[in-house]
Design a protein around this ligand. Structure first.
Ligand code: HEC
Ligand code: HEC
Length: 330
């Protein structure tokens, strides 16, 4: 935070310096050539650094200004049904919030701000979500807001948290998650996860200003979100395909991922699964093997889905079969 403020001030100082040089060149009496070269050169540099400064400031404010999303004062019950459901859903978090990609969610070991083979954007570890982490001091409503709306207890916008999917989570599912998180054994993990030391740097601010990525903050959820109908149906399949974030890799219309995104690129699963039986699909989601008995690559996170019920998985397939096989033409 302090480092970023200093970096912003230095940028501002550079803008002022080149602006001053431009002004001096304008007034120089050492000949027209020198005057115009000086004015144009320092004028351009003033403009460039001004743009960088403004972009960095926008990114800084996006990650710093507290979100005003209200917190509900709900108190989660923690019934055995909630704990079981929460355990199923917690698989969706384990890839990031656990070093071995399985519960308990003691915090990840990966710095998400270090782009693989790319630039460093700061330090962003997935925090410890057991009662040994900072969430023991959070209310249930604050945890629910963090999961669905991407806001830290103190109002800071979170990043990386995949809230575009989770913001659709039903009230009973997100409450089950809270019950499960609180039921985990308090387990200490690497210190970086408990220091609340996550921060991003100037480069990340520029990316944020340019829309390369966004913070996790979502609009406030003020209406109840009911569960989809039980049984096997398209509505339930749509709900799960959304919350389980299949679109991150398989694309908005499930017809194939976008190579320029941060997520792995998945194939067109509408076309791929048209002739699959329920058993084929359930086998893929529980064992990672397709109908031809080929093991899928580990970029397909099937281990996150093994605990979902037969009816839920059948519903996802039914939903996929209800969709157009080709991406809509732009
Ligand atoms: C793609 C990786 C990823 C996934 C998947 C993910 N998280 Fe996170 N989560 C993060 C990161 C990174 C942060 C810290 C962000 C920050 O500090 O700005 C975070 C922060 C949080 C926080 C705030 C806690 C704190 O101490 O600041 C909560 C609560 C949370 N996640 C819950 C969950 C739950 C529950 C799930 C599964 C339903 C989940 N997350 C899935 C990456 C992820
Ligand atoms: C993190 C990225 C990611 C997510 C999330 C994801 N997938 Fe995949 N998926 C992939 C990749 C990559 C492949 C290709 C694997 C391969 O070629 O071995 C794949 C393959 C598949 C296949 C085809 C398997 C085959 O070989 O025929 C199906 C079906 C599928 N995914 C369904 C889903 C569903 C349903 C969801 C959500 C519940 C989902 N995926 C979520 C990345 C993902």
């Amino acid at each position: 935070m302090i480092g970023n403020l200093i970096a912003l001030l230095i940028l501002l100082a550079i803008v002022v310096l080149f602006g001053y040089l431009a002004k001096r060149s304008w007034g120089t009496k050492r000949g027209a050539l020198l005057k115009w070269v000086g004015v144009i050169l320092s004028g351009l540099l003033t403009l460039v650094f001004l743009l960088v400064f403004v972009a960095a400031l926008i990114g800084f404010l996006k990650t710093t200004i507290p979100a005003s999303n209200p917190v509900s004062n709900i108190k989660v019950q923690s019934t055995p049904e909630q704990l079981a459901r929460g355990e199923t859903l917690a698989q969706l978090c384990s890839g990031c919030h656990s070093p071995e990609a399985k519960p308990p969610l003691i915090g990840g070991k990966e710095n998400f701000a270090q782009i693989p083979n790319g630039p460093n954007l700061g330090t962003v570890y997935s925090p410890n979500l057991t009662p040994a982490g900072e969430m023991k001091d959070w209310t249930d409503g604050e945890i629910i807001r963090a999961i669905r709306e991407g806001v830290h207890k103190n109002g800071r916008p979170l990043i990386v948290m995949p809230t575009t999917s989770f913001s659709n989570m039903s009230d009973s599912d997100v409450q089950a998650l809270v019950a499960y998180l609180r039921s985990q054994p308090a387990t200490k993990h690497a210190p970086q996860n408990d220091l609340n030391s996550n921060s991003v740097n100037l480069l990340a601010f520029l990316f944020l200003a340019g829309g390369v990525f966004e913070t996790s903050v979502q609009p406030p959820i003020t209406q109840p979100i009911p569960d989809p109908p039980t049984g096997v149906n398209v509505q339930r399949g749509k709900y799960l395909a959304t919350v389980l974030a299949c679109q991150d890799c398989h694309g908005k219309t499930f017809t194939g991922g976008n190579p320029s995104g941060f997520a792995p690129v998945g194939p067109n699963i509408v076309a791929l699964t048209t002739n699959w039986s329920d058993a084929d699909f359930i086998k893929l989601m529980r064992t990672g093997t397709d109908p031809a008995d080929n093991m899928v690559s580990e970029n397909m996170p099937w281990t996150d889905y093994t605990k979902f019920s037969d009816d839920e998985l059948k519903s996802i397939l039914m939903f996929l079969k209800s969709l157009p096989k080709e991406a809509p033409k732009q």
